[in-house]
Design a protein around this ligand. Structure first.
Ligand code: HEM
Ligand SMILES: *[C@@H]1O[C@H](CO)[C@@H](O)[C@H](O)[C@H]1NC(C)=O
Ligand SMILES: *[C@@H]1O[C@H](CO)[C@@H](O)[C@H](O)[C@H]1NC(C)=O
Ligand SMILES: *[C@@H]1O[C@H](CO)[C@@H](O)[C@H](O)[C@H]1NC(C)=O
Ligand SMILES: *[C@@H]1O[C@H](CO)[C@@H](O)[C@H](O)[C@H]1NC(C)=O
Ligand SMILES: CC(=O)N[C@H]1CO[C@H](CO)[C@@H](O)[C@@H]1O
Length: 326
């Protein structure tokens, strides 16, 4: 075979791969106002309630870590078919209405063009920027998935060790550094007592609180949470970053360095030998955190995406377009 034959063949093979990728401005020609429409909806909602940044970051995380960023997290369960929303970790994912609102406006402007998975991605980006975080360009072109199964939800838990949590991240192609950076999302939002009450008294059967938590914080949280487990809905919450709870900044890393990590995984991050130096690096490098956070979110947003002709563009983010057998 000569080179002149091999070369065009390679090109033909590569072309579909190149075309079927996420790109910044994917909707430039098919829906030029797409990003603007999403931004407007997010701005409007943010003005009413700043907690949407936390809600969207967590939604994006839960979407991307379960079968990739395919909006599977948005599917409503039905009487006969449970969805990811039925899985225990889903129970406090929120702001589904915001996504619906953006979808409605996008369908009016350009029907059947913009995926729900891209709406989550763009809305997260916009809400992070509004909360003082980086305003980054994010590639789009994701398509929506056809499966949403509660049994597939296995996001890491709050009592995971650093090395256990790392396994979940490496399983989706993210590094230890990405994990430390992405946990910086805990610079906004809240957690229920249920997820850290074990640290406040008789920690691991010692009869004492977790010694790695600042004692002043232990007593504040103990009076908030008590010893009694309650249904999630009635369980109190506290801010994950009690210093600047609505701002996307590097304060989380300073909190955990001072023994003020709320959940065990947060605190471990500052203490584990494999992550401590990343934590102290971010703690006094605000710009470095912002840049790394933007990069890590773009990377998280690219986990196992459906592109090209895979999946579908959902008309309603809560239901698959057509009923299909699983
Ligand atoms: C080892 C990894 C992680 C663990 C174990 C973890 C665990 C948790 C838990 C248990 C909560 C409390 C939920 C509640 O009480 O309602 C929470 C909240 C939150 N998580 Fe994570 N998370 C992890 C990684 C991430 C990542 C990668 C992001 C995003 C990039 C993220 C963003 C958030 C946000 C923003 C909140 C606050 C949600 C709100 O206020 O509604 N987390 N996380
Ligand atoms: C869309 O437009 C932006 C801004 O002009 C440009 O940076 C980007 O590369 C374009 N993307 C595509 C896929 O055309
Ligand atoms: C914002 O939303 C949160 C979570 O749903 C809620 O607890 C809080 O009361 C809301 N704040 C305002 C000002 O509406
Ligand atoms: C982010 O950048 C876009 C376009 O570059 C701009 O329209 C938007 O207002 C910026 N957002 C914030 C919160 O600064
Ligand atoms: C971060 O801390 C180290 C050591 O404490 C110091 O040498 C360095 O100048 C600090 N960097 C910034 C950006 O503050
Ligand atoms: C938001 C949402 O749909 N949450 C669901 C999570 O799963 C439980 C069942 O485990 C449902 O009761 C919730 O409605």
């Amino acid at each position: 075979m000569t080179n002149s034959f091999v070369f065009p063949c390679l090109l033909l093979l590569l072309l579909p791969l190149v075309a079927a990728q996420l790109r910044v401005g994917f909707y430039n020609s098919t829906c030029p106002r797409a990003e603007l429409i999403v931004r407007k909806v997010v701005q409007e909602r943010f003005r009413k309630n700043r907690t949407i940044t936390a809600a969207l970051l967590r939604m994006h995380f839960h979407d991307c870590f379960v079968r990739g960023c395919d909006a599977s997290v948005l599917i409503d369960s039905t009487k006969t078919t449970p969805s990811e929303k039925n899985a225990v970790p889903n129970q406090t994912v929120r702001e589904f209405n915001l996504i619906d609102k953006a979808k409605k406006k996008l369908e009016a402007a350009c029907p059947g063009v913009v995926s729900c998975a891209d709406i989550i991605t763009l809305a997260t980006r916009d809400s992070v920027a509004l909360a003082g975080g980086p305003n980054y360009s994010v590639p789009t072109g994701r398509r929506d998935g056809l499966i949403s199964d509660p049994n597939l939800v296995n996001v890491p838990g709050p009592t995971f060790s650093v090395s256990q949590a790392l396994q979940s991240f490496t399983a989706v192609g993210l590094t230890l550094f990405d994990m430390v950076t992405l946990l910086g999302a805990h610079t906004v939002g809240v957690t229920h007592c249920d997820f850290f009450r074990n640290r406040l008294s008789n920690f691991e059967g010692t009869g004492k609180p977790d010694p790695t938590m600042d004692p002043a914080l232990v007593s504040k949280l103990f009076s908030l949470c008590g010893t009694q487990s309650r249904p999630l809905k009635h369980d109190p919450t506290t801010f994950l970053d009690r210093t600047t709870p609505f701002i996307v900044d590097n304060q989380y890393y300073n909190d955990i360095l001072a023994g003020r990590g709320i959940m065990q995984i947060d605190q471990e991050l500052a203490l584990d030998a494999s992550t401590a130096s990343f934590v102290s690096g971010f703690a006094n490098d605000s710009l470095g955190f912002q840049l790394s956070f933007a990069n890590a979110l773009v990377k998280m947003g690219s986990i196992e995406v459906l592109v090209g002709k895979a999946g579908e563009i959902r008309k309603n983010c809560r239901v698959f377009n057509s009923k299909r057998k699983m």
